[in-house]
Design a protein around this ligand. Structure first.
Ligand code: ADP
Ligand code: LRH
Length: 463
């Protein structure tokens, strides 16, 4: 091929991909180069990510990318938020990163709020309460055995970038999910850091998305076959930041739903909303590409379904998701609704039983067939989507007119239809790969292949 190629490494909780992106006639074209599974690693009572496995998959993907394309100019990396690795004084990773579904933070949340109460935290960081936000995870680390050796904290995309380039930075969109970040100044919050008794030197310098981090380390270039001149460019390294950048929002009246393991539902703003009303609605102000604010709610997502499927497949045949959803669409009669946000659904394992128990407890018909479970999940997600879209409009003073669904959930026709009905607004489905597209858009602009503002970039999103 000719023309610059941008490699997008996009890793979600349920799987990762390495894609080759190019700009052809002003539009991004994506080619899947490598896809790999991702899953929680249970070790005793604890949940981890097997970082070396993820790293190997990234290297494999980059090796395939190099075999297919000569002109790889840049790489961008995004992953899910909130999780991190700790480096020791020699720059070595101290053990595997904990996975955010690990419940060890339950013991420290009150303690954290005793040092800085939630209202004050919200006024600075503007984050919705989630028990796994990085600040609670670090508070648990402070009681653990790795803390004494920890010198640097790197969020997962920054940790991968460090492995590829040797450079340590904190990309802003993902730093904004830690709870240690000031949503207004867009830098680490000295107040929160001090109150939590953290050493500020743990946190690397913040850089905005679009910044060139540096060239590949010579051994990474040699191992993958990528040119020594290939650089890593910071993208919206929080996957949801890239997903929102890669959503064809045409006006302030457009809301988005990034629907995957989680559902991220909201609107894009110019400035954070840090009011008590917003706090009580548990809306988050995460940092977006180009200084935008992703004003959204993190709600439960297709994890509910993928965990049911995992359970059913455990001692049976593989489940055909398309067929299951087709049968779910045919279910007639009353359908039970669950609270997709309930903390009881955060942990892995035994999901059908937990869903059935929630239906029983609330006096609703208990799903019996797999199709009924799938229907309950899709109806419950659609109901949550509609209520959050409405709230996002109210809290931000916008009248929402259209709703975009991106990510894996945009392939779920039942979910899209139910969402349209529940919102009473037109739903535009896709792109499925909004995240990888957003990743490529930011790189392409940094390297002169696309011009201008975020609105300009969005015109390059494939139809
Ligand atoms: P993440 O980035 O959080 O890992 P994805 O955006 O890749 O998640 O979405 C994964 C989810 O998308 C799956 O759990 C599944 O429910 C849904 N999905 C993926 N492919 C399809 C499909 N062909 N039809 C319906 N749903 C799908
Ligand atoms: C989606 C996501 C979401 C976070 C969650 C931990 O992949 O990054 O934005 O809230 O994972």
């Amino acid at each position: 091929t000719t023309g610059p190629v941008f490699g997008a490494v996009d890793i979600g909780a349920s799987g990762g991909r390495v894609m080759a992106g190019r700009v052809v006639d002003g539009r991004v074209e994506l080619e899947l180069v490598h896809r790999f599974g991702n899953q929680l690693d249970h070790r005793g009572d604890r949940l981890f990510w097997d970082f070396e496995r993820i790293h190997r998959d990234v290297i494999d993907g980059l090796t395939r990318l190099a075999a297919r394309h000569d002109h790889v100019v840049s790489l961008g990396i995004d992953t899910w938020a909130v999780d991190y690795g700790l480096l020791d004084a020699d720059g070595a990773l101290i053990g595997d990163p904990f996975a955010y579904r690990d419940d060890r933070t339950a013991a420290v949340i009150d303690d954290v709020h005793g040092k800085i109460d939630f209202a004050e935290l919200y006024g600075i960081a503007g984050l919705q309460f989630l028990p796994f936000n990085t600040l609670y995870q670090l508070a648990a680390e402070q009681r653990g055995d790795r803390w004494a050796r920890a010198r640097t904290m790197l969020m997962l995309p920054d940790l991968l970038a460090y492995r590829l380039t040797g450079q340590r930075h904190a990309e802003a969109t993902n730093a904004s999910t830690t709870g240690l970040f000031d949503a207004t100044t867009r830098d680490w919050s000295p107040v929160i850091i001090e109150r939590l008794g953290l050493d500020g030197s743990l946190l690397p310098k913040v850089i905005p998305s679009g910044t060139v981090i540096g060239p590949l380390l010579p051994d990474v270039a040699a191992r993958t076959g990528l040119p020594r001149t290939t650089v890593v460019t910071a993208v919206g390294s929080h996957d949801t930041a890239s997903a929102v950048a890669g959503t064809p929002l045409r006006s302030p009246a457009a809301a988005y739903i990034s629907s995957g393991t989680w559902s991220l539902v909201g609107v894009e703003l110019e400035a954070p909303i840090l009011t008590a009303e917003s706090r009580l609605a548990n809306f988050t102000n995460e940092g977006g590409v180009d200084g935008k604010v992703r004003y959204l709610r993190n709600a439960g997502g297709l994890w509910l379904l993928s965990e049911c499927v995992r359970e059913w497949e455990r001692d049976g045949e593989p489940v055909d998701l398309g067929r299951l959803l087709g049968e779910a669409a045919e279910v007639s009669g009353p359908v039970a609704l669950i609270d997709v946000d309930a903390e009881e659904f955060i942990a892995p394992d035994d999901m059908p039983r937990r869903i059935a128990a929630a239906c029983e407890r609330t006096g609703q018909p208990v799903p019996r067939t797999r199709a009924e479970f799938a229907r309950t999940i899709c109806e419950s997600l659609a109901t949550a989507y509609a209520s959050i879209v409405r709230q996002a409009g109210e809290l931000s003073g916008r009248s929402v007119e259209t709703v975009h669904i991106t990510g894996g959930g945009s392939q779920n026709a039942l979910l899209c239809r139910l969402t349209e009905e529940a919102c009473g607004l037109p739903v535009i489905a896709g792109p499925v790969e909004a995240t990888a597209i957003g990743n490529v858009l930011v790189q392409a602009r940094s390297h002169g292949a696309l011009p201008g503002t975020l609105a300009d970039l969005r015109r390059a999103i494939p139809r």
